[in-house]
Design a protein around this ligand. Sequence first.
Ligand code: 5GP
Ligand code: MG
Length: 196
Amino acid sequence: MLDDIRKVLFHESTILSRLDELAHELTTDYRGKDLTVIAILNGSFVFMADLLRRVPLPLQVDCLSVSSYHGTQTTGLVNFRQNGVADLRNRHVLLLDDILDSGHTLHAIRERLCGGEDAPGGCGALSFRTCVLLRKNVERAREVDADYVAFDIPNEFVVGYGLDYNENYRNLPFVGVLTEAAILRGMRAVEPTHSP
Ligand code: 5GP
Ligand code: MG
């Protein structure tokens, strides 16, 4: 698996010391508030675990499972794998995701949970903010930004620390970029097989 990595963008130690800072910021901002954290699975499971263990506040955690990527490309369609969502009335909501890229995912989730940016009261939440591990420097298809960002990155497809390529590489402890050979191998593996 390590042979498939062309370069490491953020080593585990770099990520964890940045999470110390981010957690400190969150602890200050949410002290004394009823906080519900909603983590977007699968990509944010490592980020969620490492970040929230650094926030010494009472808080509730819920998870939403969505997908929108096919290989290394966004499809623009956000697929929700479940219907039920948490009761967010009178809660301060913090959405956690692995990466902000086109913005489709965070936009769709916000709409789904709270009826859009202009109507955070739609779900009865007191506030609604977003926190991402990575923010890609690209023009977004949707007008969304993250309130808390661990790292800004250039427009490259990254894996590791929860992020996948065709569901692989999520368990790498760092964030890195794949070799061309690994990307091509992954493409061939998911290509539909044609009968002669
Ligand atoms: P968006 O909807 O903002 O385009 O992208 C959000 C989702 O697409 C992320 O939660 C993640 O699952 C996936 N994604 C976007 N960029 C990348 C990337 O560089 N690497 C991986 N592994 N997933 C990505
Ligand atoms: Mg994701």
